[in-house]
Design a protein. Structure first.
Length: 226
């Protein structure tokens, strides 16, 4: 395990709850009703994919200019929520600090746009990350592998040598397709299992040695498969 690649929303900070507030506000703004099923479909997704889901759900013409305005409204609303502070997910801050003490390189890999990520970093702490990859800085966001491939590249590592930590099916698919073994800490939605994923209920109580054991077990499976 030469590096750790962290998802942000729902993994480090419990910001998915704030996205819930923003999404319900958006539907109210658009005159619709957000269902739990549609909300679940957007968790961890890129801004573009979220807009496609919303417009299809509401039966709106997918006009790119109108979708861009709607997306800006959603992100501006969410930014105000972020500015009030973000709650940490259990164990995340302690594990970040432990990895930093041991000198393990880390990157933040998020579908959230840069201007909103910068707000979140005021809570999380920029000092932990050697690289930050945002959803509006790659050709395709999660679930495409681009964000995780870019993060590994910026750290000078192979994705296979990096442990990704994720909470959503979308993000897990992105990390796995990039070649990373994945530690899954489900938050708002269920994440299917696979041989390259290890599920835990919480990061609380996990230390760096525990992460290394998880990585080694996942890596051993990959080696035996080939």
């Amino acid at each position: 395990m030469r590096a750790v690649l962290w998802d942000m929303d729902g993994t480090l900070v419990d910001s998915e709850k704030l996205w819930d507030v923003a999404m319900y506000a958006l539907y109210d703004h658009l005159g619709g009703t957000l269902t739990p099923e549609v909300r679940a479909a957007t968790v961890g997704g890129s801004a573009d994919n979220t807009m496609r889901i919303v417009y299809a759900d509401l039966g709106l013409e997918p006009d790119p200019e109108r979708m861009a305005v709607t997306d800006a409204w959603l992100h501006d609303y969410t930014a105000k929520l972020f500015d009030d502070g973000l709650p940490w997910c259990d164990g995340a801050q302690e594990l970040l600090e432990a990895l930093a003490v041991e000198g393990v390189p880390m990157a933040l890999v998020t579908n959230t746009r840069r201007f909103l990520t910068e707000r979140a970093l005021k809570t999380i702490g920029r000092r932990y990350f050697s690289a930050v990859v945002c959803g509006d800085e790659v050709a395709a966001g999660k679930p495409a592998p681009d964000p995780y491939r870019r993060a590994a590249e910026l750290l000078g590592e192979s994705p296979a040598d990096c442990l990704a930590i994720e909470d959503s099916a979308t993000g897990t698919a992105s990390a796995e397709s990039a070649g990373c073994p994945v530690l899954v800490v489900p938050n708002d939605v269920d994440v299917p299992g696979s041989p390259r994923r290890r599920h835990v209920a919480t990061l609380a109580g996990l230390d760096v040695a525990g992460l290394r054991i998880i990585y080694a077990e996942l890596d051993q499976y990959v080696q035996s498969a080939y």
